[in-house]
Design a protein around this ligand. Structure first.
Ligand code: GLU
Length: 317
């Protein structure tokens, strides 16, 4: 029975896209009677807002979703990540990278460079020892980058199907010493015994990098199910600025969490629009391989609350 997980970043209230992914994670686990873990991806300390360690679980509970065990915080697992970084460094596949984001962007955009498909242009890959010393002396601390060498790594996604992406050289430790996403997510999923990763499909191509890390660290890998994104009317990844996207916002539009759950379930083709449902009602209707594969594009009128009478949040609770 695969153990699942939901891994939000506690940087804001959960929005409809996050909540939809959480619902699918919950259903994928509970359909099998499996456990679901909650993990806070909270290593970006400047973006974390501590109140969301509380608001995010509250929002999940409001929808009727639960999880097993105490939530895990990545910020409390730094020693474990350090050990994983050291193991990768010992493989000789890791090099210091002094590039800024801007330098990488400019190098990739430079004309006449055969960089199709590359995201990291390889600037620091073959620096000599004196060149490294010169870069270090210039004051910018290096990030650590793991060689991917563009080998394609394929996997069978349970929603999207068979896919393969080239793995470029990617950062495993930022230049401020913080371990980077691809490394920590692999270590966590393995340590938590996660066997099914459900997440939004903007991370689909990240999976090839993560499988590469897992192989090098000799860690077990999970199955993957990438859920289509929820998009704004302009086709952007949903964000707070797009309108009424959180449970509090929807309450102002006159919708309670049960309405939101029904909306999300209908968007996943698990019930007709407007049917009152509980998460448990959806268990027997749910089949991961029959989820919609197209993004959910929200309408402007929905994000603006349409013609609904606008209630104050305080009147709805
Ligand atoms: N923390 C990421 C997010 O909120 C998800 C990472 C993952 O599921 O691997 O988008």
């Amino acid at each position: 029975m695969p153990i699942g997980r939901f891994a939000p970043s506690p940087t804001g209230r959960l929005h409809l896209g996050n909540l939809r992914t959480a619902l699918v994670s919950w259903l994928a686990a509970r359909t099998d009677g499996s456990e679901l873990r909650l993990r806070f991806d909270d290593l970006d300390r400047s973006a974390v807002r501590t109140e969301h360690y509380g608001s995010q679980p509250d929002d999940l509970r409001a929808l009727g979703l639960d999880w097993d065990g105490p939530p895990v915080r990545q910020s409390q697992r730094l020693a474990r990540y350090r050990e994983a970084v050291e193991r990768l460094v010992a493989t000789d596949l890791v090099y210091p990278c002094y590039c800024s984001r801007r330098e990488i962007r400019e190098a990739v955009q430079a004309p006449n460079r055969a960089l199709a498909g590359h995201r990291y242009p390889g600037t620091c890959r073959e620096l000599t020892a004196p060149e490294r010393r010169a870069r270090t002396a210039s004051g910018r601390p290096p990030a650590l980058r793991l060689r991917g060498d563009e080998a394609e790594v394929g996997f069978a996604d349970l929603v999207v199907g068979d896919v393969a992406y080239p793995v470029d050289d990617f950062v495993i430790q930022r230049n401020d010493g913080t371990p980077a996403y691809h490394l920590v997510t692999v270590v966590d999923d393995a340590d938590l015994g996660v066997e099914l990763v459900v997440r939004a499909d903007d991370l689909l191509d990240s999976t090839s990098r993560q499988l590469h890390v897992a192989r090098l660290l000799d860690l077990p890998t999970a199955d993957h199910a990438h859920v289509p994104l929820v998009l704004s009317p302009d086709g952007e990844r949903l964000a707070k600025r797009h309108g009424s996207v959180t449970l509090d916002d929807r309450a102002v539009c006159g919708e309670d969490p049960a309405n939101v759950l029904s909306f999300l379930a209908a968007s996943l083709e698990l019930c007709p629009p407007g049917e009152p449902v509980t998460p448990s009602d959806l268990i027997e209707r749910f089949d991961l391989v029959r989820l919609p594969t197209k993004p959910l594009v929200l309408e402007r009128s929905f994000l603006d609350c349409g013609d609904r009478p606008q209630k104050r949040y305080s009147e709805t609770v």
